[in-house]
Design a protein around this ligand. Structure first.
Ligand code: AKB
Length: 347
């Protein structure tokens, strides 16, 4: 008797793009240490650092703009979750805005389309976890910034960088793909399960950032531990919200795991602490006697930081999916940043 051969089942995976960046490194280390990253496929232009490769299922060296590659992923895998980290950050994006648009927007569009197709083939929406940024905000002047305090998700959405414009538009794309995709079609799509956190400036003890305008905080710390002079490109008074990498990873995974019926929004602020650059320098000097930190503001980069809020209101994330940072300012420096950079540079 002839029995219909079942099509080979595709391997169920979580796809992480841009995994060789700061957040990707932290995410893979955390997954490998807590549950396993055996179901993780990494897609990054630069592959993945040697020490990380054994922790994941597969490393694909490729470009999120490569449609052929994206189609291959559709054929080969059943993607349950996409964590889309690949992006050009705010400083790098200002030197080539059109490239930033291609990577940050077209790349995201390619992955949203992949998620739609995967949803059709697997019969349920793909979870699409998207890191946005405080760069979507644009406060017009220092007086408004001081008065605004902790800004809510729907306030001051007038970004002044290409990166901030890209992130804000991709938030809207995610909402469209979740709720309105091909809405006039006879067979409307099931969409994607789009979930987005807006990150503050992120500080990792383990890796150095590249191309961000909030990078003065980690740069200051990593210079001090190496006994190097650091000329900070913003003023001592410059203030924005920050978060250490363990909390950034926690927020991504907490949102990813949240039951969808708990979520009333697509976009969530998450924050931890807000410090001026001078206060960060004080904390660094308190731990590294003789740390040679000077302030030599770059007016253009300082203006970008000045346009970002002094803090962001994360009440919605706390109320809807239990967000709560593990690390406040003191704990961030005393229990994570200082001991970790000391250990790393002592090797
Ligand atoms: C950047 O500085 O570009 C990023 C950000 C604030 O999103 N770290």
């Amino acid at each position: 008797m002839f029995t219909r051969r079942r099509a080979p089942l595709r391997e169920k995976i979580t796809l992480i793009t841009g995994a060789n960046g700061e957040v990707g490194h932290g995410l893979i280390e955390h997954l490998a240490a807590t549950r396993s990253a055996a179901d993780v496929v990494v897609l990054d232009l630069r592959g993945l650092d040697e020490a990380m490769r054994g922790k994941v299922n597969r490393v694909i060296v490729g470009d999120i703009l490569d449609n052929e590659l994206i189609n291959l992923l559709l054929n080969e895998y059943e993607i349950e979750t996409i964590i889309h980290l690949a992006a050009l950050l705010s400083t790098h994006s200002e030197f080539n805005p059109e490239t930033a648009h291609r990577v940050n927007v077209q790349g995201t569009l390619n992955l949203l389309k992949l998620a739609i197709e995967q949803g059709k083939s697997r019969g349920s929406p793909v979870k699409f976890i998207f890191p946005s940024s405080i760069a979507v905000y644009g406060l017009p002047d220092a007086e408004t910034k001081a008065r605004a305090g902790a800004v809510k998700e729907q306030e001051y959405l007038y970004p002044i960088t290409m990166y901030g414009c890209n992130k804000l538009y991709c938030e809207h794309l995610g909402r469209y793909y979740a709720q309105y995709y091909q809405q006039l079609s006879a067979m409307p799509s099931m969409g994607v399960d789009f979930r987005c956190v807006r990150f503050p400036g992120l500080i990792s003890a383990n890796t150095m950032p590249t191309g961000g305008t909030s990078d003065y905080a980690p740069e200051m710390l990593h210079a001090a531990v190496q006994g190097k002079h650091y000329a900070c490109f913003v003023s001592e008074e410059a203030q924005i919200p920050f978060m250490v990498m363990p909390d950034a990873i926690k927020s991504l995974l907490l949102l990813e795991r949240a039951p969808q019926n708990m979520l009333n929004h697509y976009i969530y602020n998450v924050s931890s602490f807000s410090l001026t650059a001078g206060e960060i320098a004080e904390r660094v000097r308190a731990s590294f006697a003789g740390a040679d930190i000077t302030f030599d503001p770059d007016p253009a980069r300082a203006a970008i930081v000045e346009s970002w809020p002094r803090d962001i209101d994360d009440a919605a994330a706390r109320a809807e999916w239990g967000w709560q940072p593990e690390y406040d300012a003191d704990r961030s420096f005393e229990e994570y940043l200082i001991p970790t950079v000391r250990a790393i540079y002592a090797k």
